[in-house]
Design a protein around this ligand. Structure first.
Ligand SMILES: Cc1cc2nc3c(=O)[nH]c(=O)nc-3n(C[C@H](O)[C@H](O)[C@H](O)COP(=O)(O)O)c2cc1C
Length: 189
């Protein structure tokens, strides 16, 4: 299996407005592959305007917020490049689609890395941040995962939150687990 980097991808829509989405960049040879499941605004945008910016972040409130419908995060223009980056980006990468492979479910956009620019120091891995990312992914797949598995995964992830979270991680965890709990409450047992 290839290495996947979780990030926030910015694309640009037909009227010039930007769109952000948490996505995994799949490393394949010299390419980073963006693989959005249909339907997806990222996909529609990439078909029309074949470039993107990846923002690599350690503020996991943005992953949690995006999967809960909050997308108005502060952005910064990228000089000489149309897709802005998150202001919170520690590093951003400018990506140009070199080719795409169509697929009825999950097309793949093979991107060349045009430039990687760092803005803030990366201060180490944190287990609670990883746990929030896992919970955020879970929150986008609720209809596909059995209830017991959701409960088991959340219980396990919560250990890292209890042991290693700071205020931002706790806030992100509360947000994303509230969404999951609301979903579970509305499902028949
Ligand atoms: C960390 C993380 C990684 C994700 N990676 C993918 C991905 O590789 N492909 C995908 O289709 N959705 C992925 N998702 C779910 C998308 O963010 C979500 O479906 C989003 O709404 C994409 O649709 P959009 O392009 O219409 O915004 C991921 C979510 C999270 C939290």
């Amino acid at each position: 299996m290839p290495m996947i980097r979780e990030c926030i991808v910015t694309t640009v829509g037909p009227t010039g407005q930007h769109h952000i989405a948490p996505l995994g960049l799949i490393e394949q040879d010299e390419f980073w592959v963006i693989a959005p499941f249909r339907p997806s605004t990222t996909l529609t945008n990439l078909e029309a305007a074949p470039f993107a910016t990846a923002s690599f972040i350690d503020d996991v409130r943005i992953f949690a917020g995006c999967v809960c419908g909050k997308s108005d995060w502060p952005m910064e223009a990228v000089p000489g490049w149309s897709a802005p980056r998150l202001s919170a980006a520690l590093t951003h990468a400018e990506l140009e689609v070199a080719r795409n492979e169509g697929d009825p479910q999950r097309p793949r956009f093979f991107c060349k890395i045009r430039k990687i620019v760092s803005h803030k120091p990366f201060l180490g891995l944190n287990r609670a941040q990883a746990a929030v990312v896992e919970a955020a992914i879970l929150a986008t797949r609720l209809g596909m995962i059995p209830r017991e598995k959701i409960d088991t995964e959340l219980a396990y992830l919560r250990i890292a939150i209890d042991k290693t979270a700071g205020a931002a991680e706790r806030e992100a965890w509360e947000l994303v687990t509230a969404k999951i709990e609301t979903y579970l409450r509305t499902q028949p047992e």
